[in-house]
Design a protein around this ligand. Structure first.
Ligand code: ADP
Length: 396
């Protein structure tokens, strides 16, 4: 059965079509610059070939219809009836969703209600769901939430020590993000090492342009570094991570800006980019670092310190750590970042196998056999989780 996994951003639509249950990727690609005055871009990979073209993309609905027509034109599918389910990635599920579910009116209302908490994401997600409802009216759709995995946190982890009414009236608390990825790589770790996840204490480090850590005990999230929004936690490509909130009112006053503008700068002009002044891309920073750029070095070291800080606090929280798993763009690819983080964890008995750390490729152990903590690199695969959950939900 064919299942489509969809990730809609404000101006993009990414897709992956799976043959399930074989978990085989039939085709994948994306639409970019949706809603721009200029032409949009459509990229598709199929049968070992890549194709790219520009076309008018006034909205997500046009992109969805173009995609379905193109799948037939390219004979990737014989008819639309072959697609049995469409699963959507949703960033913010608030307190309502602790797992994936089929789309209905109530579900769409809740995702819409949560737009305030994730304005750049939940709005486009709803547009994406509606685009596919229109294009494939007889096909079941599902939603898979980035926040769902984190719903198992205890109140002492998810609450902020702020006036309680803020929580009661506005739902102000930690929700976390990247939950699908943290869940997937922790389960993969257990599968690859033939261990029962119920007995494991794992810290997963999803380090991409956005970055978060998660403490996972017995397969359940105990704590995570992102908060009400993805701004909390460690410094990222363009996000500051934790700061004293007084910085916001101080900069508002000094630069005559409003709070929203300053928070946007914390989201888009901070982190690697803000500190280094070089780039938000880890590869550029690494190159600048190697050329002696002190601010690039500082930006990288600030992030590494904060990753180690979180791992240390999760060690205390879970009373030990069996495994650390690195994933996402930087976690999977940057051997130097992993080495510098792990050097800071010497005290926990973490020992890196330098040669294995430098190898490239698939899931692998990068710690030595006498390391007290097992350290792995495991590529994340959020789209596959969406396809699996969708298949399960539509056949139940
Ligand atoms: P997101 O999904 O949050 O946009 P990704 O998980 O795709 O981000 O990660 C993007 C980051 O991964 C970028 O900073 C990029 O520089 C980094 N990255 C990708 N490949 C490499 C590599 N070979 N070495 C170091 N960093 C890399």
């Amino acid at each position: 059965m064919k299942i489509m996994s969809i990730n809609c951003g404000s101006s993009s639509l990414k897709f992956k079509l799976f043959e399930m249950p074989q978990e085989e990727v039939i085709t994948e690609g994306q639409f970019e610059r949706i809603g721009f005055k200029e032409m949009g871009i459509y990229k598709i990979k199929f049968n070992g070939t890549k194709d790219e073209m520009s076309l008018e993309l006034p909205d997500h609905s046009v992109a969805a219809k173009h995609l379905l027509k193109d799948l037939i034109d390219r004979k990737i599918i014989g008819s639309l009836d072959e697609i049995k389910g469409v699963g959507h990635r949703i960033v913010q599920g608030g307190k309502y969703f602790s797992g994936s579910c089929l789309v209905n009116e109530w579900v769409k209302e809740r995702i819409t209600e949560l737009i305030d908490l994730a304005p750049l994401h939940n709005g486009p997600h709803i547009i994406g769901i509606k685009a596919f409802e229109e294009a494939l009216p007889n096909v079941k759709q599902t939603v898979v939430f980035d926040t769902a995995f984190h719903q198992s946190m205890d109140p002492e982890s998810f609450m902020y020590a702020v006036p309680y009414e803020w929580y009661e009236k506005y739902g102000i608390r930690k929700y976390g993000a990247h939950g699908t990825s943290h869940q997937y790589v922790s389960q993969e770790y257990a599968r690859l090492t033939n261990k029962d996840i119920k007995n494991l204490k794992i810290v997963t480090c999803h380090i991409g342009n956005g970055a978060s850590l998660c403490a996972i005990e017995g397969g359940k999230c105990k704590d995570t570094s992102m908060g009400l929004t993805p701004l909390e936690g460690i410094p990222m490509g363009t996000r500051s991570g934790n700061i004293d909130p007084t910085v916001v009112s101080y900069i508002c006053q000094k630069e005559n800006k409003d709070a929203w503008t300053v928070v946007q700068e914390l989201n888009k002009k901070s982190g690697y980019l803000g500190v280094s002044g070089v780039s938000n891309d880890a590869r550029d920073l690494e190159a600048a670092y190697n050329n002696g750029n002190e601010r690039a070095k500082l930006a990288l070291h600030m992030q590494e310190k904060r990753i180690a800080d979180y791992i240390g606090s999760y060690y205390v929280l879970m009373k030990g750590i069996d495994a650390i798993v690195f994933t996402a763009g930087i976690g999977e690819n940057s051997a130097s970042m992993r080495r510098r983080v792990l050097e800071r964890l010497d005290i926990l008995g973490v020992k890196l196998d330098e040669a294995k750390n430098k190898e490239r490729g698939d899931s692998r152990r990068i710690s030595t056999s006498d390391s007290k903590v097992d350290v792995w690199v495991i590529p994340t695969n959020e789209e596959l989780v969406i396809a699996r959950d969708t298949m399960k939900l539509i056949t139940e």
